[in-house]
Design a protein around this ligand. Structure first.
Ligand code: NAP
Length: 277
């Protein structure tokens, strides 16, 4: 039976390259994106790679109701989900809080995926078999190293977009640590990875990042960035609950991003942040 793999941020860059590779390998890939035109292009690319038209869903993670609607639609369409790749993210320049009241970067890069994961949790559990766990793979970043995350108030406004980005990537790793503690026993293995510096749509509005993209040898392709995601989504050797990887190997993260007590506090405050009403 073919695996069902849900990829967020599938309309561009690392997510699209991963979706193409997974479809080519025979998985049924479900694409989640925001921009309708890029999402339609991604559907064509994945169809060309895998020979089947993938399902696609649209949601802007800066609006939690859109995440709820997409999560409900995906849950209704699939009884089992073998892999969820929480990859959507950006370096946003939006300074005002979202309509949900959270820092925009934190909501897009952490709270949106956190909510989606909970909406699809029973579908992941339904896919898990004793020898073949379901998987959650999250795209983190080296930027976690400078994150100033308040684990009790993750949606708190940040003073700069790079600090906000670093905090959101700390949240990605801490969430993986706590998901491993809570869900490995359910047959769901959560891991995360740093993709490297990747020439994608990321950071296009950042002057520093845009200039750095031209430095010889520093940046890699989206396909190279997707390689570890595909490996974590597929390989038996990649079933390391709570693991943080880069280039298919364990990769260190700061203590602030791996501390189990901080992970538990962030989990509780994130649940409160995505609760309705
Ligand atoms: N590129 C790097 O050097 C690098 C390094 C470390 C980590 N990362 C991480 O890698 C992940 C993928 O980024 P990328 O490099 O592939 O960049 P990208 O080409 O810009 O792709 C980002 C993806 O996330 C989606 N996205 C952005 N904002 C969203 C929102 N508000 N709601 C829903 N989806 C949204 C985008 O959708 P649209 O097509 O609608 O914009 C796109 O599909 C991100 O989590 C990023 O933080 C990237």
């Amino acid at each position: 039976m073919r695996r069902t793999v849900v990829v967020t941020g599938a309309s561009s860059g690392i997510g699209l390259a991963a979706a193409v590779a997974l479809a080519r390998a025979g998985d049924d890939v479900v694409l989640l994106g925001r921009d309708p035109r890029r999402l339609a292009d991604a559907v064509s690319r994945v169809r060309d790679a895998g020979g089947r038209t993938p399902a696609s869903y649209r949601a802007d993670f800066s609006v939690l109701d859109e995440v709820r609607a997409a999560g409900a639609a995906i849950a209704a369409a699939y009884e089992r989900i073998d892999v969820l790749a929480n990859n959507a993210g950006q370096l946003t320049s939006v300074r005002r809080p979202t309509a949900d009241g959270h820092d925009a970067t934190m909501q897009i890069n952490h709270l949106g995926g956190f909510l989606l994961t909970h909406l699809l949790l029973d579908r992941l559990q339904a896919a898990a078999k004793p020898q073949v766990p379901a998987r959650i793979v999250t795209t983190s970043s080296l930027a976690e190293a400078w994150g100033t995350l308040d684990v009790d108030r993750p949606g708190r406004r940040q003073i700069s977009r790079w600090l906000a980005y670093g905090a959101s990537k700390q949240a990605n790793i801490l969430t993986t640590v706590e998901a491993a503690r809570r869900w490995t026993g359910l047959g769901i293995v959560a891991t995360c990875f740093f993709p490297g510096l990747i020439r994608s749509g990321f950071g296009r509005r950042s002057p520093a990042f845009s200039v750095a993209r031209f430095a010889p040898g520093l940046f890699r392709s989206s396909e190279q960035g997707a390689d570890t995601l595909v490996w974590l989504a597929t390989d038996p050797d990649a079933l390391v609950p709570g693991g943080h990887f880069a280039w298919r190997a364990p990769f260190p993260a700061t203590g602030r991003s791996t501390d189990p007590a901080r992970a538990q506090r962030l989990w509780r405050s994130s649940l409160a942040a995505v609760e309705q009403g």
